[in-house]
Design a protein around this ligand. Structure first.
Ligand code: G4P
Ligand code: NA
Ligand code: NA
Length: 197
């Protein structure tokens, strides 16, 4: 079973701090993927959110996909990943939202087909990183556009020194992150020591 301490330890041992704000976890979460750990993360999201009648898990391609799938397996519901497109007109019937990427300094659209989300759905949003929150806010907008009910946002790693959590909480969203980083510098990562919240 993944413990929050265990995930923190793994991040300490294998995480590479590339700058004041960028943490690489390519050896076990984001490029090479530890499949057992990811399935355990899915179970943890079930423990946190599973008392609610969730019908769909939602994420954005690409690096949210394995975590959304793990949550979907644990909750026994489908997951959907929003696709990223250049900001051009979309042909099919889609819900879409503009996202500003602060790292790439450009705007793009995320979209999902209207076939797969509607007013009957109760949605859990999942992602790997909670950073600026731009993509997650786009997903929240899509859930609202679909008339679905948002049950919460679950992230694997939160960089609590960035503004994503407060952006989401200002919209009334329940945010739970499995590892919350208060600050980081080469050789030193400080976590906010709470199991989840
Ligand atoms: P975001 O907070 O809405 O994700 O937007 P931001 O512009 O800050 O981040 C751009 C991309 O970089 C996002 O990936 C985000 O998950 C990822 N990211 C942010 N901080 C970190 C970090 O410290 N480490 C790593 N490894 N990634 C980080 P994305 O848009 O989901 O793209 P993709 O990588 O899934 O294709
Ligand atoms: Na990413
Ligand atoms: Na992501």
């Amino acid at each position: 079973k993944v413990t929050m301490k265990g995930l923190q330890e793994r991040i300490r041992q294998e995480g590479l701090i590339l700058s004041d704000t960028v943490l690489k976890v390519d050896s076990f979460l984001n490029h090479q993927v530890d499949t057992e750990l990811v399935l355990q993360i899915g179970q943890e999201f079930k423990r946190i959110f599973g008392h609610q009648p969730i019908t769909k898990v939602l994420t954005v391609e690409a690096s949210g996909i394995q975590f959304a799938m793990a949550a979907g397996i644990a909750l026994e519901v489908p997951f959907i990943y929003a696709k990223k497109k250049k900001a051009v007109t979309l042909s099919e019937a889609v819900y879409s939202a503009p996202v500003h990427s602060f790292t790439r300094k450009e705007d793009y659209l995320i979209s999902i087909s209207q076939k797969y989300l509607g007013p009957e759905d109760k949605v859990l949003i999942v992602d790997d990183f909670l950073a600026t929150g731009a993509a997650l806010v786009g997903l929240v907008d899509i859930v609202n556009e679909a008339g679905a009910q948002l049950m919460g946002v679950g992230c694997v790693i939160e960089k609590s020194f960035q503004e994503g959590r407060s952006l989401l909480e200002d919209k009334g969203v329940a945010v739970h992150s499995l590892a919350r980083i208060a600050s980081m510098a080469p050789g030193e990562i400080r976590f906010i020591d709470e199991a989840s919240s």
